[in-house]
Design a protein around this ligand. Structure first.
Ligand code: ADE
Length: 288
């Protein structure tokens, strides 16, 4: 009898109660862009650019809520690694229901043509440390959605419109030339493959493996985790990364030397993306 009452109540709730906000993940009426980075160095240029920021704290995580180029934004620090990125993504989506999420930060360069300060806009992102490790080596596999139990593809791709906005923004910004031992060079911006894992890569062997197995252009520690959560919660996402090191013997040293430059360049592109989003006509925003 109690079981029947439970079933009737469940049926009633399913039919008549509105879905929980996170289940619909529809953006709030005023467009809102959430931007996050793993640590403060990645975020400093963004915090400096926000106007009228107010601090909100959820479960001890600090969110700077303000405006950037006229658009409502939230900037926050996720902490390093996939678990932290996944947690903050879920929290942001559940609480603020953003129109899109952007990860803005630095990365190790895997593509030999990339140098400190260059930018990779992720056209694809994959978790390089999820899969089967056998005597033959690492076989990367797609994760499984806890909601549908279906396997995700190894490579997750951002929303095509958002990617196009990022490319257009990349064509508009003027990054500063970089002084190198061989003279000045102008930073490049490419669309590419960003590999994510819970490892700071400072190994030529791992670097070669990531290039061969995934065609990776850059490696970092959060992007694909954010992308996976956004896929399940149906929120558009982008990953913007600027190169701080070459993921090899010198990676730790280069990281110290080039993090500020790389963070500045990633933030400059991200700010222009937000400006482009703010300038889009309402009809386009609604996908008409
Ligand atoms: N972020 C910046 N450089 C990195 C590297 N070499 N490996 C992983 N994440 C990074």
């Amino acid at each position: 009898m109690r079981r029947t009452v439970h079933l009737v109540l469940l049926a009633f709730a399913t039919v008549f109660l509105p879905p929980h906000p996170a289940e619909t993940a529809e953006p709030t009426s005023a467009p809102l862009t959430c931007i996050f980075g793993a640590f403060d160095d990645e975020l400093t240029p963004l915090y400096q650019a926000i106007t009228g920021p107010k601090e909100e704290v959820l479960h001890g995580i600090h969110f700077a809520v303000g405006k950037l180029k006229g658009r409502n934004v939230i900037v926050c620090r996720s902490g390093i690694g996939k678990v932290n990125a996944a947690m903050v993504t879920a929290l942001l989506v559940q609480h603020y229901r953003p129109s899109e999420l952007i990860f803005c930060g630095i990365a190790g360069g895997i593509n030999p043509d990339l140098h400190p300060g260059d930018i990779v806009i992720a056209a694809k992102t994959a978790q390089h440390d999820f899969g089967n490790l056998t005597a033959e080596g690492m076989e990367v596999r797609g994760t499984k959605s806890p909601m549908t139990w279906l396997r995700n593809p190894v490579f997750l791709e951002p929303d095509a419109r958002l990617l196009a906005v990022a490319e257009a923004a990349g064509n508009r910004i003027k990054l500063a030339d970089i002084e190198t031992a061989k003279g000045k060079r102008h930073p490049r911006i490419i669309k590419g493959v960003v590999a994510t894992g819970d490892i700071f890569v400072a190994s030529p062997a791992k670097k070669a493996e990531l290039r061969k197995a995934l065609g990776a252009d850059a490696v970092e520690m959060e992007g694909a985790a954010m992308a996976q959560v956004c896929r399940d919660l149906r929120v558009p996402w982008l990953v913007i990364r600027s190169i701080s090191d070459s993921a090899d013997h010198n990676a730790l040293q280069d990281f110290d030397s080039f993090t500020a430059l790389a963070a500045q360049n990633a933030a400059q592109l991200t700010i222009e993306i937000v400006a482009q989003l703010a300038a889009r006509p309402a009809a386009e925003r609604a996908g008409k």
